[in-house]
Design a binder for this molecule. Structure first.
Ligand code: COA
Length: 106
């Protein structure tokens, strides 16, 4: 299991990229859901990160459902971006604008 939230130098850019993977035998137990909360709330309470972004394959419904529940919005859909020895899939670009999220929760 891993979770990565890349903190970046403030002067370079202000978007952190999220990636998460859970061992398959543990899927559906709420592990990803629990793990993802901490880096999101940490980014929300800081001043550097303005946005959390991620990329996910269009047919990864489990991941998309998880991210939507955590308030990520679909911001783009480049076509045929992903292929591993089979059909081509669109990629979903998802993100949370932390300033918007803060103002809508105020
Ligand atoms: C995506 C991933 C991280 C989710 O981990 P997880 O610990 O199983 O996730 P959780 O149990 O916290 O929650 C998954 C959500 O998907 C839902 N779900 C479960 N099975 C599903 C299915 N077959 N189709 C769609 N959604 C499903 C769950 O109900 C849950 O939503 P809910 O809490 O609203 O009910 C895990 O499947 C994984 O590691 N996949 C491989 C790597 C990957 O795809 N990473 C994301 C790429 S950006």
């Amino acid at each position: 299991m891993f979770i990565v939230l890349e903190w970046t130098a403030p002067l370079m850019h202000n978007v952190d990229e999220l990636g998460i993977s859970v061992r398959k035998s543990r899927w559906g137990l709420g592990i990803a859901s629990g793990l993802i909360d901490r880096p999101i709330s940490s980014a929300k309470s800081g001043e550097v990160t303005k946005k959390i972004g991620l990329k996910v394959r269009e047919d990864n419904l489990r991941a998309v459902k998880l991210y939507r529940r955590k308030e990520f919005l679909i911001e783009g859909r480049p076509s045929k971006e992903m292929c591993v020895g089979g059909p081509y899939y669109d990629e979903l670009l998802m993100g949370i604008d932390l300033d918007l999220a803060a103002s809508s929760n105020a």
